[in-house]
Design a protein around this ligand. Structure first.
Ligand code: PEP
Ligand code: MG
Length: 886
């Protein structure tokens, strides 16, 4: 029989930390903590399999579930010494979601469940605190009505506000037991008015209502968006945790908090966290009250006056510190913890591996190796390659002038500038139009997630370092400044006001998530570099990876950046970009528009020294590392003049008229240029273009070899080959040019001629094509376009919806479609090597910098991946992880 329910508490548990798939992250770790003998309130976990069952069976539960839950609740009752629904001695529980991976704030939670008109009296008597009991009851009605019954919480907020006004008080803390009692009555009446039936008094009905609400929340919109952004499959489902309540709001010896065993922002080995005295957990996370620091050190650093937990509750803090040490030794990773103190007793409510910035991830991994907690391989596997992107983002130039507006908490590092917007929808809409935006909110809620994703940075006026905004921003790698308390955000007039200064919607600001500074205007930024922990981890990654990592670069500047990031060669130098530079474009246009070979040759002769100069610069920077240069690829019409004055310029240079040139340009028009006269088809029909390029490459290589003594081995790459014949013809011409140049210069060198595999036919006929190729480089941009039959330039219009509908799990231009395009890559590799076992294989499409695609390339037996300069470190780490996962 399937076991649907697992219990934990009193130093024992039926589950374990490695049962996350079944128990969810929260449930599995509660079980583990209970087994470790840590103080965990007893509870039960309903498995994720029940969630799957629930959705597969028209939202019905397995038959035995009710009995299993009853038995587990009885166990909790015994442990606590209270009874669920008992008027004198009631057991209260929390009901929370818990998926395999944490989805902060995305799904529902109900606290204080088990309260009704009778049990509230029991709670008052038991706790000796009538105010606490009625406050708990009204919170429960509010939360349950909102989450389970769908009565919006503003109804209740309104009643509280009205009551405070009647009494002439400002704060919730000014309200007495009598006030809360009265409000609880009004809340129930409100719910009844909205629903047409009374608020449920039966505790069993309450419990099953909450359980169903948690399972139901797996399918609400914000949870779906979160899953899509984080690649969490729908099939995983969530577990439900029902746990005895402990109260952090029982007075001044009670508290609640969240903590990290190390600083999640910097990775420093210091306890880090926040707590609130006399509060319930949700108060900390929701960012409603700004919490106090955990440690004295952090309080002093922040210049805060409210006492830290270390100072106000030294004994409990000591116990907490012991728990931190125990948990880190056990899990061998930084932990993110929730705790509650009830009347001076510590209770652990959650532990999980803490989310952290990339900077912190690197520092923690490298430090833990030094501390002997983990080995190098584990460290390499600990850092998510895509997260390195955060460190490869610009930081503010310390010397740039800045106009400081205000300061908040440094919630997620990185600097960003953009236009101010005030709603998540605006952020999304403006970003779609290509504008950089900073999303400014009083506080963010889980509904804002799409806007946070679209924004370059996030700024909030309220909330601490563990507020929703901070946690989500760090997870996404978005710079974030939170809790900028001096800011007034006026959503109506769409302005930010700060000490008399005003910033309107659309005006630019800059935020620095590393320092918490907010500046008016755009501030100059600096490029990142690879040093410290980052460099150490890269050295380990390089030790274990099998794939080489090259870069796609076509300017000396990009080439240098890529070298600095550890590129081991150039996998793709697109020569067409060089054609646009400076006044070259006029010569390029002359070449294209020439009526006959002579004119074309004249124009190409002007381009030759310029191309040679480009290649000399690149060969010099790469110092003997392999450089793959691709001959001209795009359809010629991309270079054509568009404006009248551009036609005039070219006409003058060619001694002809603009009208004639326009006619010639019209002749070059193609209906489907991506499938048109481009790639090697240009080389076949206009031999002199590739001849010029080959000459420029060989002359440059000879020059650099002679001058520097480095060995230069150019790899000449022919694009868009479909048949062996094309390559054979073009190869012969390149070889002839090599002989010509070598004879002229009296200097020979080694070189290679290869091709891109970027058409399905090329992959299928790779065994034939390999006869004429020294290497293959998979051009997975065009291969994706031609294999799936979707345009690289236009597919964006519908691909987003395809991804939303799960037709593609992820955009196939971003991460390789392994089943389709990937199969062609594998086929091409196998067939190519069946002809030439040592054929060098690489990839140079955008996928070369995508971690999942890099892992795929490792598995397909490629020799190298090539990606844009800033993604080189990401690819190095992804390649190492692929090798280690093996
Ligand atoms: C490709 O098609 O994958 C490729 C690298 O070439 P381009 O993007 O220049 O077409
Ligand atoms: Mg291509």
């Amino acid at each position: 029989m399937t076991k649907w329910v697992y219990t934990f508490g009193d130093g024992a548990a039926e589950g374990r930390a490695d049962m996350k798939n079944l128990l969810g992250g929260k449930g599995a770790n509660l079980a583990e903590m209970a087994s470790l003998g840590l103080p965990v309130p007893p509870g039960l976990t309903i498995t994720t399999e029940v969630c799957t069952y629930y959705y597969d069976n028209g939202q019905k539960y397995p038959e035995s579930l009710k009995a299993d839950v009853d038995a587990a609740v009885e166990k909790i009752e015994k442990s606590v010494g209270a009874k669920f629904g008992d008027a004198k001695n009631p057991l209260l529980v929390s009901v929370r979601s818990g998926a395999r991976v944490s989805m902060p704030g995305m799904m529902d939670t109900v606290l204080n469940l088990g309260l009704n008109d009778q049990t509230v009296e029991g709670l008052a008597a038991m706790s000796g605190n009538e105010r606490f009991a009625w406050d708990s009851y009204r919170r429960f009605i509010q939360m349950y009505s909102d989450v389970v019954l769908g009565v919006d919480h503003y109804h209740f907020e309104e009643l509280i506000e009205m009551h405070k006004e009647d009494k002439g008080v400002d704060l919730d803390t000014d309200l007495t037991a009598e006030d809360w009692k009265l409000l609880a009555g009004q809340f129930k009446a409100k719910t009844e008015e909205e629903l047409g039936r009374p608020f449920p008094q039966d505790v069993q009905e309450q419990l099953w209502g909450a359980i169903s609400a948690v399972f139901g929340s797996w399918q609400i919109e914000r949870a779906k968006v979160y899953r899509r952004l984080n690649n969490i499959p729908e099939s995983w489902g969530t577990a439900v945790n029902v746990q005895a309540m402990v109260f952090g709001n029982m007075g001044d010896t009670s508290a609640t908090g969240v903590a990290f065993t190390r600083d999640p922002s910097t990775g420093e080995n210091e306890y880090y966290g926040e707590y609130l005295i006399n509060a319930q957990g949700e108060d900390v996370v929701a960012g409603i009250r700004t919490p106090q620091n955990l440690t004295k050190r952090a309080r002093e650093a922040a210049g805060a006056t409210a006492p830290s937990m270390e100072e106000s509750m030294p004994e409990v803090f000591g116990q907490l510190a012991d728990v931190f040490v125990k948990l880190e030794r056990h899990y061998k990773d930084m932990q993110d913890i929730e705790f509650t103190v009830q009347h001076g007793k510590l209770w652990m409510l959650q532990t999980r591996n803490g989310k952290r910035t990339a900077k912190a991830a690197l520092k923690i991994a490298v430090d833990m190796v030094a501390e002997g907690l983990i080995d190098e391989k584990t460290a390499v596997l600990r850092v998510e390659p895509a997260a390195l992107d955060q460190l490869l983002h610009p930081t503010l130039d310390p010397d740039a002038p800045r106009d400081l507006l205000t300061r908040g908490l440094p919630a997620s590092p990185g600097a960003a500038s953009g236009a101010v917007v005030f709603t998540a929808d605006d952020a999304e809409a403006w970003a779609k139009d290509g504008r950089d935006v900073i999303l400014c909110r009083l506080e963010t809620s889980p509904e804002d997630i799409h806007g946070m994703h679209a924004a370059k940075g996030i700024l909030t006026a309220r909330g601490g370092m563990t507020s929703h905004a901070a946690v989500v921003a760090r997870g996404m790698g978005r710079p974030c400044v939170s809790g900028a308390g001096q800011l007034r955000i006026d959503a109506k007039t769409e302005t930010l006001v700060c000490m008399g200064r005003e910033v309107k919607k659309g005006e630019k600001i800059t935020i620095d998530g590393a320092t918490g500074e907010v500046m008016v205007g755009a501030v100059k930024t600096l490029q990142p570099e690879l040093a410290g922990d980052f460099a150490s981890l890269m050295v380990w990654a390089d030790k274990y990876r099998k794939l080489r990592v090259r870069t796609n670069a076509d300017t000396p500047g990009d080439t240098q950046t890529a070298r600095d990031f550890g590129a081991e060669g150039i996998g793709l130098c697109r020569t067409e970009h060089m054609f646009f530079e400076g006044d070259r474009i006029v010569a390029v246009r002359e070449m294209i528009l020439a009526e006959a070979v002579d004119g074309r040759k004249r124009a190409l002769a002007q381009l030759l020294p310029m191309q040679r100069g480009d290649f000399v610069a690149i060969f010099k920077i790469m110092r003997g590392l392999p450089v793959t240069i691709r001959l001209l690829d795009p359809p010629l019409h991309e270079f054509l003049p568009r404006e009248d004055d551009e036609f005039e310029d070219v006409a003058k240079a060619m001694g002809t008229t603009a009208d004639l040139l326009k006619r010639r340009a019209a002749e070059l028009h193609e209906f489907n240029p991506m499938l048109g006269h481009r790639g090697c088809r240009l080389g076949i029909t206009y031999p002199e273009i590739y001849e010029m390029q080959a000459r420029a490459i060989f002359e440059a290589a000879v020059e650099v070899e002679k001058e520097t003594g480095d060995t230069v081995v150019p790899e000449i790459m022919i694009p868009l080959v479909a048949t062996e014949k094309e390559l054979a013809i073009l190869r012969a011409r390149v070889e002839a040019m090599a002989e010509e140049v070598f004879a002229e210069k009296g200097h020979t060198l080694t070189y290679m001629v290869g091709t891109m595999i970027e058409l399905p036919r090329a992959a299928i006929c790779a065994d034939q094509i390999a006869n004429s190729a020294d290497f293959f480089s998979f051009g997975t941009n065009d291969l994706t376009q031609t294999a799936i039959g979707i345009s690289r330039d236009d597919a964006g219009r519908f691909l987003e919806e395809y991804v939303r509908k799960d037709i593609f799990a992820i955009d196939p231009f971003v991460s390789i479609d392994q089943d389709g395009v990937g199969a062609l890559v594998k086929l091409g590799a196998e067939r190519g090597r069946s002809t030439k076992p040592n054929l060098k294989l690489g990839i140079c499409g955008e996928h070369g910098g995508d971690p999942a695609s890099v892992e795929f390339c490792h598995g397909a037996g490629l020799d190298y991946v090539s990606c844009s300069p800033y993604r080189v470190p990401i690819a190095r780490l992804a390649a190492a992880q692929a090798a280690l996962k093996g």
